[in-house]
Design a protein around this ligand. Structure first.
Ligand SMILES: NC(=O)c1ccc[n+]([C@@H]2O[C@H](COP(=O)([O-])OP(=O)(O)OC[C@H]3O[C@@H](n4cnc5c(N)ncnc54)[C@H](OP(=O)(O)O)[C@@H]3O)[C@@H](O)[C@H]2O)c1
Length: 93
């Protein structure tokens, strides 16, 4: 069994990762800005008030998880943009 950290965990694909990993018996750290009731009800460790675009927020998360080993990072938080591979903006990603 492994410890997974999932960003953007409160809805969409991130929430579904958390739900399925939890059901599979993995240890899940669910990171989000604000946790919905459904995420809170999963029984995973929830870390709220984390905006992944904020350095202060990420430093806060690092401090909260001090010395905690993470096996898998699923850095899912984000927004979908419709661009072609030729038009990818790596800074934006
Ligand atoms: N769905 C698709 O078909 C698809 C296809 C290709 C790629 N993706 C990628 O997969 C990821 C998830 O997609 P989704 O469909 O599940 O999207 P979604 O339903 O819009 O959920 C996005 C998640 O990211 C969080 N988020 C956005 N900006 C954030 C920030 N600055 N800090 C912290 N959390 C932030 C949102 O939190 P809040 O609830 O607080 O807003 C939400 O939990 C995205 O990166 C998307 O680009 C999705």
């Amino acid at each position: 069994m492994a410890t997974y950290l999932v960003t953007g965990a409160n809805r969409g694909i991130g929430y579904e990762f958390c739900r399925q990993l939890q059901a599979h018996g993995e240890t899940v750290i669910a990171v989000c800005r604000t946790a919905d009731d459904a995420l809170k009800a999963l029984g995973v460790q929830v870390e709220e008030s984390i905006d992944i675009t904020s350095d202060d927020s990420l430093a806060d998360l690092r401090d909260r998880l001090a010395n905690r080993a993470i096996d898998v990072l699923i850095n899912n938080a984000g927004i979908a943009k419709r661009v072609t591979l030729e038009d990818l903006n790596f800074d934006s990603i």
